[in-house]
Design a binder for this molecule. Structure first.
Ligand code: N01
Length: 479
């Protein structure tokens, strides 16, 4: 078996296989170290906006999280510890970026190529676990290359650039920007935040865990489990409110307005920060220091439309040039480009890129007709508007493990999901998404034609139920 990626998806799947007694697998990793997005996103203030008791493997609760919302170094350290504990290191091949995978029907094997081209790997099962939010996007703004100063994307933070005393321009106001803007403001002389769409911002309760709590979690694990359950139920409630219940969503909306009134005294700035789309349509951002940072005299929120990047900074629609020494792009990821640059060929040489030309889709977010024994992790329509993606990853790993068990039976060469099963599933998911809040504005959840290809339409408990048992009747079994 081959897994691509050493983020939570790849590691979670590998552990599930190993715990079931399958040890014949290799994990291909493009970088020289493990960790996925938690290795790559090192911007100042990088943290998880889901509390750690839920943003961790259920079977590895970690009683020693320093804070409720852990920071990137702690999450990366956790993932490394898990890799070591489950003995996964010998399975990982670093600097092996998967570029292509082709299914050999006769032999029932995937042939997987890497960038270096030195080795072609062969395996009966291929599990791409390359994430949805792992390919940074630079915006299509004219003359981007003309900027004379330092410029970088938030997910590729250039720590060699000293921001002390600099004028910094930030483009974007998403989950990443709200974390790094307050931090870089502490060092920079001035920050201009270019905001195209104001986000909904909510406060977060983010205490550091005390020593007695660490002791309790270690010696009485159910106490930590209770905390996990509470966060889980809150996330389910938030999803329910956002997707099905406008009145409940209104309660959240009022709280965001309250927060703006508390932190932003200038009515002009407050008006600029008021979102004009239904709450939940884009990700709600949890932060305690973003709004206070925007209220400072050394921070400007610029809402005039950007027309070009210049040698000295950013030009906006009325011709004004806003000068900067450093440009930071907090402009997000190519979320709807599933599997990124991996060219996948299935039965009869069919191309996955072509199959997905109208938008990525897969049965339960994992399997695609004509691409046997290919199981995506964190694939199409498995992202969450609220809640922990690790919960979803664990359900996918469980399903994949069951498929692998079926494949281990004598005489089974491959499993190919039935086109009608996938078609029925996709129609249902898209019908529900079409009625959901995510169809009410543009965001990274949707592709250009409006189709929501990233998000799961329901509660995570529904996904849990639907993926609990691998039903072989959904598949064509080739001998
Ligand atoms: O990216 P984003 P992100 N001109 O796509 C703006 C996860 N995450 O890196 O809204 C001007 O949300 C764009 O504007 P608009 C999390 O799931 C998780 O911040 O499109 N502006 C927007 O403001 C999150 O949702 C954690 O109008 C332009 C911003 O750039 C996801 O990653 C932490 C523009 C992009 O925001 C992505 O977050 C951080 C242009 N041409 C991130 N193009 C956790 O805690 C884009 N923008 C787990």
């Amino acid at each position: 078996m081959l897994i691509a990626g050493t983020g939570f998806g790849g590691i979670g799947t590998a552990i599930e296989l190993k715990r079931a007694g399958f040890t014949d697998f290799t994990i291909l990793e493009s970088a020289a170290e493990p960790g996925g997005v938690w290795r790559d996103n090192t911007y100042p203030g990088a943290a998880c906006d889901i509390p750690s008791p839920l943003y961790s493997f259920s079977f590895e609760p970690n009683p020693r999280w320093p804070k409720r919302f852990s920071h990137q170094p702690d999450i990366l350290a956790y993932l490394r510890r898990v890799i070591a504990k489950y003995g996964l290191e010998p399975h990982i091949r670093y600097r092996a970026e998967v570029t292509g995978a082709a299914f050999d029907e006769e032999r029932g094997l995937w042939r997987v190529e890497t960038k270096s081209g030195e080795t072609t790997f062969e395996a009966n099962v291929f599990v791409p676990a390359v994430g949805q939010l792992s390919r940074p996007v630079l915006p299509n703004i004219p003359n981007r290359e003309s900027f004379a100063g330092d410029a970088f994307h938030s997910a590729r933070w250039d720590h060699d650039v000293d921001l002390t005393g600099k004028r910094v321009a930030v483009i974007g106001t998403g989950a990443s920007a709200v974390q790094f803007v307050p931090e870089l403001r502490k060092r920079a002389q001035h920050v201009t935040v270019f905001q195209r769409t104001p986000p909904y911002v909510m406060a977060k309760s983010d205490p550091s865990y005390r020593r007695w709590q660490h002791w309790l979690f270690e010696h009485l694990p159910p106490t930590q489990l209770l905390g996990r359950l509470r966060i889980f139920l809150l996330a389910e409630y938030a999803t329910y409110a956002m997707t099905r219940h406008p009145v409940l969503a209104k309660v959240f909306e009022l709280r965001t307005a309250q927060l703006r009134r508390r932190h932003i005294k200038d009515p002009e700035l407050r008006a600029k920060l008021k979102p004009a789309y239904p709450l939940g349509c884009k990700r709600i951002l949890f932060t305690n220091d973003y709004l206070p940072a925007l209220a400072q005299p050394d921070v400007d929120v610029e809402t005039r439309r950007i027309v070009e990047i210049t040698e000295k900074g950013v030009r906006v629609e009325d011709g004004t040039e806003i000068e900067a020494d450093v440009l930071v792009y907090g402009t997000g990821f190519a979320a709807t480009e599933f599997l990124g640059r991996i060219r996948v060929r299935g039965l009869g040489g069919r191309s996955l890129e072509e199959e997905w030309s109208g938008g990525a889709r897969a049965y339960l977010g994992m399997t695609v007709p004509g691409f046997p024994n290919l199981f995506c992790v964190y694939g199409p329509n498995t992202n969450l508007g609220a809640g922990s993606i690790i919960y979803m990853i664990e359900r996918q790993a469980r399903y994949i493990r069951q498929a692998v068990e079926r494949l281990a039976r004598p005489g089974v060469s491959y499993l190919d999901v039935l086109p009608e099963v996938e078609e029925r599933y996709d129609r249902e998911v898209q019908r529900r998404l079409g009625r959901s809040v995510w169809s009410a504005c543009t965001s990274w959840y949707r592709q250009a034609d409006g189709r929501v290809t990233t998000n799961w339409p329901g509660l995570v408990t529904e996904y849990d139920r639907r993926t609990r048992r691998f039903d072989v009747a959904d598949y064509r079994v080739a001998g």
